[in-house]
Design a protein around this ligand. Sequence first.
Ligand code: FES
Ligand code: FES
Length: 158
Amino acid sequence: MQLNLNGAAVEAGDLEGRLLVYVLRDQLGLTGTKFGCGAGHCGSCTVWVDGVPTRSCQKPAVEVVGREITTIEGLAETAPGAGLHPVQQAFLELQVPQCGWCMSGQMMTAAAFLRENPEPTRAEVEAALDQNYCRCGTYHRLRQAVLRAAEIQREVSA
Ligand code: FES
Ligand code: FES
């Protein structure tokens, strides 16, 4: 079966009975999406389905056929201009990752949030990310980076 993935139609093989996170990682080799808790709690497996952050460990792959899936590998292409997405730029600039396992889920969540809230307060950023866990405790840098990403996004869009 085919999936619409990061702007292209890709052959994804047999999707019956499989969760999206496994299809992405095991069948399509897109290992940027991480498997953490496997129970919908941690957010490390977050991708977009039609632009909405979605926990791919809870999503049957057959349910996303015909919909637009975006993973961390396609995030940069969703931003205006060339190069990395503002969230990726800010995470690099502030050296946010420690082990890095949670980061693609954090960035996919943050980028969707900033699309809808281009001028967030710190409290809004905290609320937006409070269901994405980081075992390494990078929360302070994470929040700073999302605020910095909002600045970059506004500069790029000006
Ligand atoms: S692995 Fe999907 S929410 Fe934790
Ligand atoms: S950077 Fe290690 S889990 Fe977040």
